[in-house]
Every structure is written in structure tokens, then in C-alpha cells.
Design a protein around this ligand. Structure first.
Ligand code: PMP
Length: 407
């Protein structure tokens, strides 16, 4: 048992105090987006009240302050994932933009007809569709490594599929549907042996566990701010310096150039080369506060409490008659997908909402994974460190009740 003071933590999140449909809110849709602590809300508010100006363009004090907040987010994100330097962190609007940047700026110029990109069956569409788009332009293909019935990647198959025509390998660190933690270190080692760069989708890992990109040994690590307490429209791409230096810009515009002439424009060094236009400055002011908040709790403490919640919720859900769990990997983050026999996922989610419980139902932007399991949708309860064992109990009670209504 842990000394994690969840009631004190909850008091830092104003939204958690509200009710929905006259019931106390139980927010179990954290894999979709997390709630924000007051300190993050204050940082955004403070930015607009006191510091609002554009970045990098003005010599006046407000411009300097806004630039400092924005560049501070880069430092903090670099520290968060243990980048070798701040210059390896490109600030983006989120994982989707980060992966598209790699697709268009790194993969596309390197892909030749007959080449392939390797991904997996358990990926979010953000780690499938960008690869399909650039592969189609280049006459290349996208291959998907299989998973087993427990929802674990079949590592030997993934490694077998790392053939010479594969120019880039991709994998999610943690599945947004199954919660499965993939063995990224091992995959990175196998990729490196074959000279194939590895991109990791860290969207669902960074909110839950300490991440060290150097220890993982991957080449690209994409993640999103809004799932880790920060405002929406913030995210990052970490990439090895040599990759960023070899990448042409993807978006063109202000802020990313050295000199513009109609006879030819030269570009800024990375990471600014990839940050055209005015970014989400207020959002990035919130990123610093979000990382401070995690640091104040301690990632190890967060992880330990979430693992307790996961174990408890999984055990309680197993008591529900006719419940089928998806994803029983040995190592998981607190994401639980399930179906209940005789009831539609959407009907259950709608009735749960009336009980105050926010869960997601649907395909979770993972059609291939739904096809693998032969279901159109699942229900997904995704937990965060500010959730409680009492909420899990109330959720299971509500699920039993709405199940009876639908039987
Ligand atoms: N990958 C995974 C595994 C995700 O869970 C998500 C968000 N649902 C994304 C990518 C996309 O992130 P964003 O919408 O923030 O770009």
C-alpha cells in the first residue's frame, strides 16, 4: 500500500469537483485527455493577463517573457524525456503533428518504390495513416506486426519483419486501447543492429511513467501535452540531433528561416526550422507548470498509485457477469478495454454517463486493432493518478446497474 494522498491531489483539479447529470463526476477518460491542475490553468491565465506577446520577434520585454516561457517548455520537455540537448526537442501541436513531421520530412525523401515502413496492429491511426500517405506517394508499403490474444506484441514477428526494405520502424510505447507496454528497448536494439531507425509513439506513456529516450535507444519519440496535464494543442517530437539536421522543413513560413530571397531561402537550424508560424505560446506556458506538477508528486509515486488503481479496477471488473477484457498484457498502464455480453458499448457508455461516469466507447482510433479482435467497438475506462478506489467501486456499481437495464 502507498502513502499517495489522492484526496489532496484531487483538490488541485477544479474540474474533478463538478457533477454531471446530478451525479458526482467520475472521470475515466484520461487516455483521451487529462484534466488540468489549477497551476496549469493559472499559468495559461497569467500568460494572457501579464505576458502575452509573440515569440522570438520582439525586443520588448513582453516578447522576451513570452519567448522565455516558450523556450522554458522546451527545456522542461527535454528534461522530462532525458534528451541529450534542448535542440533535439521540436515543439508541435501534439503527437499527430510530430509523427506527420517525421513522415513528410524524414521518411518521404528516403522512401523508394518497394520500400516499407513497419508499424503494428495495435497502433493509433496517428501511427498508421501518415505512413500510408507518404508510402503511397513513394510507391512504398506499410506493414503491420501482429499481436497475440493477450494484446502483447509478438516481438519475434516484429523482428522478423525488420527486413532490408524497411526504412523506418514504428511502435507505440503504450497502447491507448489495451494499456500494453511494449518492450521499446529491445525493439530499438534490434532496429539499431539492422540500421533501421525506430519511431516511438509516446502519447500514452509519458503521462504515466518516467521516460528516458537515451536509455530506450530509439530515434524519434512523439508525444502530446494534453494527456499529461498540459493544455490542448501542445506536444513535442524528440529526435536524435543527426536526424533533425538531415531533415528539410515540413511547414514553411515565419520563424523557421535564416534568409529569404526569391533566388533561394535558407533555413534556421533545428529545432526552429520545424516551428513555422506563431505557436501555442500560452499552452506551452502551461506545459512548464504541468511538468512541475508531476515533479511535485514524483513520477514513481504516480506510477505506483496508478498500478494499484489498475489492479483494483481489473479485479473488480472481473466480477461483472459476461464482461470480456481486452488486453491482459503482463506490463500495462491503467487503460482497460472491455465489452459486456448482451449490451452495446455505446448504450452502456450513454447510460454510464447518466450515472456520472465518463468512459469512452468506440474504436479509439484503432480500426486495425478492432478488426483483430473482430469487434466494432469497446468500452474503455482509462484512469489517472487523481482517481480513487472509491470511484472504481462506484463505477462497477453503476456498470452492474446499467447492465441490468439493458438486459
Ligand atoms: N497516439 C496515441 C497512442 C494516442 O493515444 C493519441 C491520442 N488519442 C494520439 C496518438 C494522437 O494524439 P494527439 O491527438 O494529441 O495528436
Amino acid at each position: 500500500s502507498t502513502v499517495f494522498d489522492v484526496q489532496r491531489v484531487r483538490a488541485d483539479f477544479p474540474l474533478l469537483a463538478r457533477s454531471v447529470h446530478g451525479k458526482p463526476l467520475i472521470y475515466f477518460d484520461n487516455a483521451n485527455t487529462s484534466q488540468k491542475p489549477q497551476t496549469v490553468i493559472d499559468a495559461v491565465d497569467e500568460h494572457y493577463r501579464r505576458h502575452n506577446a509573440n515569440v522570438s520577434r520582439a525586443v520588448h520585454l513582453l516578447g522576451e517573457e513570452a519567448t522565455a516561457a516558450y523556450e522554458n517548455a522546451r527545456d522542461r520537455l527535454a528534461g522530462l524525456v532525458n534528451a541529450a540537448s534542448r535542440g533535439e526537442v521540436v515543439l508541435t501541436s501534439g503527437t499527430t503533428q510530430s509523427i506527420n513531421l517525421v513522415a513528410y520530412s524524414y521518411a518521404l525523401p528516403r522512401l523508394r518504390p518497394g520500400d516499407a515502413i513497419l508499424t503494428t496492429v495495435m497502433e493509433h491511426h496517428a501511427n498508421i495513416v501518415p505512413w500510408q500517405l507518404v508510402a503511397a506517394r513513394a510507391g512504398a508499403t506499410v506493414k503491420a506486426a501482429p499481436i497475440d490474444a493477450r494484446g502483447e506484441l509478438i516481438v519475434e514477428k516484429y523482428v522478423e519483419m525488420l527486413t532490408p526494405e524497411v526504412k523506418l520502424a514504428c511502435v507505440t510505447h503504450v497502447s491507448n486501447v489495451l494499456g500494453t507496454v511494449n518492450p521499446v528497448r529491445e525493439l530499438a536494439r534490434e532496429c539499431r543492429r539492422r540500421g533501421i531507425p525506430l519511431l516511438v509513439d509516446g502519447s500514452q506513456a509519458v503521462p504515466h511513467r518516467p521516460v528516458d529516450v537515451q536509455a530506450l535507444g530509439c530515434d524519434f519519440y512523439a508525444f502530446t501535452g494534453h494527456k499529461m496535464l498540459a493544455p490542448t494543442g501542445t506536444g513535442a517530437l524528440w529526435a536524435r540531433r543527426e536526424h533533425l539536421e538531415a531533415m528539410p522543413p515540413f511547414f514553411g513560413g515565419g520563424e523557421m528561416i535564416r534568409e529569404v530571397k526569391f533566388s533561394g531561402t535558407t533555413f534556421a537550424d533545428p529545432p526552429h526550422r520545424f516551428e513555422a508560424g506563431t505557436p501555442n505560446i500560452a499552452g506551452f506556458a502551461g506545459v512548464g507548470a504541468a511538468i512541475d506538477y508531476y515533479a511535485s508528486l514524483g513520477f514513481e509515486a504516480v506510477h505506483a498509485w496508478e498500478q494499484q488503481l489498475l489492479a483494483y479496477a481489473t479485479a473488480r471488473l472481473r466480477e461483472v457477469p459476461g464482461l470480456r477484457l481486452f488486453g491482459e498484457a503482463k506490463e500495462k498502464e491503467p487503460v482497460i478495454s472491455f465489452l459486456v455480453e448482451g449490451a452495446q458499448a455505446t448504450d452502456l457508455a450513454t447510460l454510464l454517463d447518466l450515472e456520472g461516469v465518463a468512459v469512452r466507447s468506440g474504436h479509439h482510433c484503432a480500426h486495425p486493432l478492432m478488426q483483430f479482435y473482430g469487434v466494432p467497438a469497446t468500452l474503455r475506462a482509462s484512469l489517472a493518478f487523481y482517481n480513487t478506489l472509491e470511484e472504481v467501486d462506484a463505477f462497477v456499481t453503476a456498470l452492474l446497474k446499467v447492465r441490468r437495464l439493458l438486459m
